[in-house]
Design a protein around this ligand. Structure first.
Ligand code: ADP
Ligand code: MG
Length: 232
């Protein structure tokens, strides 16, 4: 079933044509990437999805016109609120869904170690390195358990080793939970590693120029292997 379906999405900023008719879909449980050059309009597309910007075209979610935001969204920058401690940034997505702060803290606490953030729960975002801030933002996004994940270059600012570790973690979590996810990246290897399908986006004005189903790269882990991996 098609979870998200976009038809002929266009967006201009004044005379600057950014998106020139984007059509794509994401099925339930599918991990899809949009791979495109810097400045193409990838982040703009996500802003249309979250309702931060208005554009033209048809956006459907589970067959109905997109209404509100069923997404857990990780923006490319400024994801953390500087006036909230790291733990309170991470629990925010749960609190807005009505989970008490105490229950939300209990739920997210074990994940701090997995994200290399143990001991930084009470820190302010400004006290973290760029990579740690990014991991905290990703943690906040994945704990929300919304209908679909939107990740805008989630590993962009990480060093190569941390990036690889976080990619492995995300892959394991995805196998375990079968999240429906749309990832934006300009990293070919990242897209191939994580995705079932990749949409290749042209430079601005952006169009989808190719759709690639990723062949099986490696033995796919079973559910229980993935769960062990994710829990490790
Ligand atoms: P990407 O995420 O693919 O790197 P963006 O979607 O951030 O690209 O930007 C695409 C183009 O749109 C860029 O040329 C950028 O300068 C322009 N742009 C993005 N947001 C705005 C805005 N709010 N007003 C004017 N131009 C914008
Ligand atoms: Mg961007």
């Amino acid at each position: 079933m098609k979870r998200l379906e976009l038809r002929d999405i266009s967006k201009s900023f004044g005379a600057l044509e950014v998106l020139a008719g984007i059509s794509l879909h994401v099925a339930a449980g599918e991990f899809v990437s949009i791979l495109g050059p810097s400045g193409a309009g990838k982040s703009t597309l996500f802003q249309l999805l979250t309702g931060a910007l208005k554009g033209e075209g048809d956006m459907r979610f589970d067959g109905a016109p997109l209404d509100g935001s069923p997404f857990a969204f990780m923006p490319q920058r400024d994801a953390l609120m500087p006036w909230r401690r790291v733990i309170d940034n991470v629990t925010l997505g749960l609190e807005v869904q009505g989970v008490s702060r105490r229950a939300a803290r209990e739920q997210v606490a074990p994940l701090f170690a997995e994200f290399g953030l143990a001991g930084f729960e009470r820190s302010w975002p400004a006290e973290l390195s760029g990579g740690m801030r990014q991991r905290a933002a990703l943690l906040r996004t994945v704990v929300q358990q919304r209908d679909m994940l939107l990740l805008d270059e989630p590993f962009g600012a990480l060093d190569a080793l941390t990036r690889a570790a976080m990619q492995r973690w995300l892959e394991g979590m995805w196998r375990r939970h079968r999240w429906t996810a749309l990832l934006i990246t300009h990293d070919v290897r990242e897209a191939v590693y994580l995705s079932d399908r990749i949409y290749l986006m042209s430079a601005r004005p952006a169009r989808i120029i190719s759709e690639i189903a990723v062949p099986l790269q490696r033995p796919r882990t079973t559910g229980s292997d993935a769960a062990r991996q994710a829990a490790a």
